[in-house]
Design a protein. Structure first.
Lengths: 341, 267
């Protein structure tokens, strides 16, 4: 390399020298700040600790592991400049389908009397696959017909919820086998969430799958001429998001020991909010699983903290909404800074 | 030089957007190992021609064969698998990614590891594979002299450097034919000279056939083997640089005069 012909362009190397805080650093600070705030408010308002209560922490983690699975799926979708509004409804559909194949023969009015007492693997696989199928339809619609992801997944959101209700005429599916409900017991959903998060963190960071996902989000034209089969990749991304919604549905049904068509209502919004709070840019090309995981925990801590302080549930929603908007504003600001930098 | 091998043949390609005819019955071929330039006034259909070759547009009629294979109906990524690379007039880069990652994406479709084996990074050979490709990428980085910015975010670089990174991204595909859409637009003289040198080296040392759209006549005439002139979507001339410089149609097209000769021919 002859550096003599290019005597260190003055504008460039400075970029390398400047210390950059990892993207997650600022979000992590927010999380710590919120937790500390609740701790102080806890002592002030209720004279009790917020953080140092093992049971409360467990509940936070358990609640958030389901949203977390959806959030991981939607993170990679948003990175491709897409959006997935269907995850909550697909969760419900998968929960219904999984539950209907997990019933015990003790129940007189089982959905499928001939399919009672199945080994747990059957309902789990069917539930996850149902989610994957919904995702496949999303992806195929977006890639083939070029309709905006917002519309395609909005359609799926309504359709999947309708299917979930229609499946049993709105009746809950109950009396599930112990083998199946074991998967929702204790820490299992948390373990599943952590494992899935780890897999996707690595997949996005180190694999071709991840590089393609970021590339498509950053510049679809450049991705096409770089030899990426953009359409096929989008179908895969949406299918995987669907599979994760299905998995979340299976865990939800197992945890509740029943399938209900109203499960996962508006979860898709929490999932999107978690991704955006965690630094995933709606403009595409930017986002990390670590950020999303922190975003999920922030949402969980907030929900739990508000309840702990005895704040009205409706007020909680107001504050949550404001925080989501603030996260997007922060994202816009970051982008502007990036462009002018 | 007796009978050069045709790498790309375009025959009777027409492209219309509604009533606007972007290209009308364009015929030409590019020989293996050539630097072939397309020139013409603004709106002459130069970029449309490249888009037809790279697969962004589907011509309404005609045929485009590359290495003897008909490319119409192929997706852009299938064309890049065949050995076609391109850059864009208004830059196509992954702004949030590092320069290194930008170039790696160009090579990723050559990687064998997938979603299942990738997470087993250290065990499945994904790491070894990535290292090998990284070496190939290093060659490109050295060649284009962008080593000092390899870790920088591509979107933050100066225009001239971004142009070079985009070229690197296209070169990383190891294409046999590379399409360059105004590789020197917006550059100062020094940058242009560098770019011209890169293009010549790509052609001579890396063995790539080049199709280039460029407005700088000095560069075009200096490095091209052959030149084609488009005006209003029609080919008005094709030949050696000297012939083009002397061509009456071309002079008129560029001066914007009525071209009676051409009107008669095409009427």
């Amino acid at each position: 390399m002859n550096t003599t012909t290019h005597p260190a362009p003055a504008s460039v190397p400075e970029e390398r020298k400047r210390f950059k805080m990892p993207q997650e650093g600022s979000i992590l600070l927010v999380l710590v700040g919120i937790a500390v705030l609740f701790e102080i408010l806890g002592w002030a308002v209720r004279g009790d600790t917020f953080l140092f209560n093992a049971q409360r922490l467990l509940i936070i983690v358990l609640q958030m592991s389901i949203i977390g699975l959806l959030a991981i799926g939607v993170t990679q979708v948003i990175i491709t400049t897409g959006i997935d509004l269907s995850s909550g409804s697909v969760l419900a559909l998968s929960a219904m389908i999984a539950a209907s194949f997990a019933q015990t023969s003790d129940y007189a009015r089982a959905v499928f009397p001939m399919f009672t007492d199945m080994p747990a693997v059957v309902p789990i696989l069917l539930g996850v696959l149902a989610g994957g199928l919904a995702g496949l339809v999303n992806g195929a619609l977006i890639a083939r017909t070029m309709i905006p992801p917002f519309i395609a997944t909005l359609g799926m959101m309504v359709t999947a919820r309708g299917l979930a209700r229609w499946y049993t005429d709105g009746q809950p599916v109950s009396l599930l086998s112990d083998e199946f409900t074991w998967f929702g017991s204790g820490y299992i959903p948390v373990v599943v969430f952590i494992v899935v998060a780890a897999i996707f963190h690595i997949a996005l960071k180190y694999t071709r799958y991840g590089k393609f996902t970021y590339a498509i989000g950053a510049n679809m034209n450049a991705a096409r001429v770089s030899g990426i089969n953009v359409n096929r990749h989008l179908v895969i991304v949406y299918s995987i998001a669907g599979l994760l919604s299905g998995l979340a549905g299976v865990l939800t049904a197992a945890r509740a020991a029943s399938g209900q068509a109203g499960m996962g209502m508006a979860y898709e919004l929490d999932a999107i909010a978690a991704a955006v709070i965690g630094g995933t840019s709606l403009a595409g090309g930017v986002g990390r699983i670590t950020g999303t995981v922190i975003g999920v925990i922030i949402l969980g801590v907030m929900t739990s903290g508000f309840t702990f302080l005895g704040i009205d549930a409706y007020v909680q929603d107001v504050v949550k909404g404001a925080i989501i908007v603030a996260a997007v504003v922060a994202d816009q600001y970051r982008q502007k800074k990036r462009k002018t930098a | 030089m007796s009978s050069p091998e045709k790498l790309l043949s375009i025959s009777k390609v027409s492209l219309a957007f509604g009533g606007v005819k972007a290209l009308t019955d364009v015929n030409f071929h590019v020989n293996k190992g050539e630097i072939f330039s397309i020139i013409g006034p603004n709106g002459a259909g130069k970029t449309s021609m490249l888009n037809c070759i790279s697969g962004r547009y589907q011509p309404n009629q005609g045929s485009i064969t590359f290495k003897g294979k008909e490319m119409l109906g192929m997706k852009p990524n299938e064309r890049s698998d065949l050995g076609l690379g391109r850059t864009f007039q208004n830059l196509a880069l992954f702004g949030h990614m590092s320069v290194l990652d930008n170039i790696m994406v160009g090579r990723h479709h050559l990687l064998k590891n997938n979603f299942a084996t990738g997470p087993l990074y250290w065990f499945s050979g994904a790491q070894k594979e990535e290292l090998e490709h990284r070496r190939a990428v290093e060659d490109i980085i050295d060649f284009l002299e962008i080593s000092h910015i390899r870790k920088s975010q591509a979107g933050t670089l100066s225009y001239g450097l971004r142009k070079r990174v985009e070229l690197a991204r296209a070169v990383a595909l190891k294409p046999d034919l590379i399409l360059l859409d105004e590789p020197m637009a917006g550059m100062n003289q020094e940058e242009k000279e560098d770019m011209a040198r890169y293009i010549l080296d790509l052609n001579e040392e890396w063995g790539m056939t080049v199709i280039m759209i460029e407005h700088d006549m000095g560069v075009v005439m200096g490095i091209s083997n052959r030149v084609m002139v488009l005006d209003f979507g029609r080919k008005i001339a094709e030949g050696l640089p000297d012939e083009i410089m002397a061509n009456e149609h071309v002079k008129k097209a560029y001066l914007g005069e009525e071209d009676e000769l051409l009107m008669e021919e095409t009427a």
